[in-house]
Design a binder for this molecule. Structure first.
Ligand code: ADP
Length: 160
């Protein structure tokens, strides 16, 4: 059976911190799906299509990685794709508390659905632990440079 992991998030935008987590998980899996959650009531800074292309630009040479957008429950997306593992990164205790409740909920709901999904965590690399998509957006909004936090920025197109 293929080992498939799903790394879900908004990735608005995808940062060096996200990239490092995906690369570190890669040796453990046959396939990793970077899954961009789309919530129709949420406003994103960057267009969905450009976020997809931006993420793909980091993994051109990686046939094991694909990028997809999804709506609805992440565990339903996992089941549709035969993925038994949810992949997450942890930066601090705030991430930990938040992730812990989501992981417990996902564990119990997915078991009830008959397709159990485990959440796996990797601690952030020290050098990326301060990188946070919402702070990156704030810097961008105020005219600052985000090149230290995000690479291949040319793929990112702002939403209007
Ligand atoms: P969301 O908006 O759904 O929280 P994000 O796109 O911000 O999603 O993040 C997706 C995942 O990446 C989360 O598990 C988050 O903890 C992790 N992550 C975000 N930034 C970093 C970072 N700098 N280092 C490690 N993990 C990170």
């Amino acid at each position: 059976m293929k080992r498939i992991g799903v790394f879900p998030g908004s990735f608005d935008p995808f940062t060096k911190g996200h990239e490092a987590i995906v690369k570190r998980f890669l040796p453990l899996f046959d396939e990793i799906i970077i899954a961009i959650g789309v919530n129709s009531t949420k406003q994103y800074m960057y267009q969905l299509e450009s976020r997809i292309k931006h993420i793909e630009s980091h993994f051109n040479d990686q046939p094991k990685i694909r990028v997809e957008a999804y709506q609805g429950l992440t565990i339903d997306f996992c089941q549709k794709n035969g993925a038994r593992y949810l992949l997450r990164g942890l930066r601090n205790t705030v991430d930990f508390e938040f992730e812990k409740s989501i992981a417990h909920m996902n564990e119990s709901v997915s078991a009830e659905n008959g397709f159990g999904v485990e959440t796996l965590f990797l601690m952030t690399d020290q050098e990326f632990s301060a990188i946070n998509s919402s702070i990156v957006r704030e810097i961008k909004k105020n005219g600052g440079k985000i090149g230290n936090f995000v690479t291949n920025e040319e793929f990112l197109i702002m939403s209007v």
